[in-house]
Design a protein around this ligand. Structure first.
Ligand code: FMN
Length: 222
């Protein structure tokens, strides 16, 4: 699979098999992802692989926090508030789209809640990356550099036949990440990335939100 094929093939995967990605494959993937460019080669990213008993304990704390309606305390604002109108319309489309795709009706609040809760179960993944950077040294450009690593991981996983789903939702409880991941007192967590083998025949994994036509966001000046 070449780079363009991987970009086309990647989509968010929200249901996984129990198969583990082998440690040597993860090593190769992370090594390749770390080839990402960064301004002045600062390489400001920090990446944590959480699996096994550590992920089970983290998941249990996340579900407890979600179920207790613990107030969100994200380390950074992901989006402008309010969203520009056109962005808000697309966000609404994807929200409604995934519910429709899963056959969840507008008024089925229980199923909607269960869908949201899946985020805090990390979609049942057995392995998860958490991407972060040094909290005390943050600037906007740092996020750009870190984003390259996240995309490399996602595309690499796709090329290897695996799948993943970037997750901002789980960034609302950074204190839990600091509790379970040692040495992260000065880490600003940016995104979670549950990953694994996509579950064959999974309905939710078939969901693919449309993209804008090129002329809506691309222009040539010559
Ligand atoms: C940084 C980031 C955070 C995201 N957070 C979540 C999340 O918390 N839960 C979720 O289900 N999807 C999340 N998504 C996935 C987006 O909804 C998805 O990328 C978008 O709808 C396009 O779909 P695709 O990834 O399948 O192409 C996130 C995507 C990005 C890039």
């Amino acid at each position: 699979m070449n780079a363009l094929d991987a970009m086309h093939a990647r989509r968010s995967i929200r249901e996984f098999t129990d198969e583990l990605v082998p440690a040597d494959t993860i090593h190769q993937l992370v090594t390749a992802a770390g080839r990402a460019p960064s301004s002045k080669n600062t390489q400001p990213w920090r990446l944590y692989l959480v699996q096994g008993a550590a992920l089970d304990a983290l998941r249990s704390d996340y579900l407890a926090a979600f179920d207790a309606k613990t107030p969100a305390k994200p380390g950074y604002p992901y989006s402008p508030n309010p969203l520009p109108e056109a962005w808000a319309a697309r966000a609404k489309d994807v929200g409604i789209g995934i519910f429709k795709h899963k056959g969840i009706g507008r008024d089925d609040l229980d199923k909607r809640h269960a869908h949201d809760r899946e985020n805090f179960r990390f979609f049942g993944a057995h392995q998860m990356f958490f991407l972060g950077t040094q909290a005390s040294a943050f600037a906007y450009g740092t996020f750009l550099d870190c984003g390259f690593v996240l995309d490399n991981l996602m595309l690499g996983l796709t090329a290897l036949g695996y799948g993943s789903c970037p997750q901002f939702s789980v960034m609302i409880y950074p204190d839990l990440l600091r509790k379970h991941i040692p040495g992260t007192e000065d880490t600003l967590f940016i995104s979670g990335l549950p990953f694994g083998r996509p579950k064959p025949g999974s309905l939710v994994n078939e969901f693919q939100p449309a993209r804008l036509p090129l002329d809506a966001w691309f222009q040539t000046v010559d």
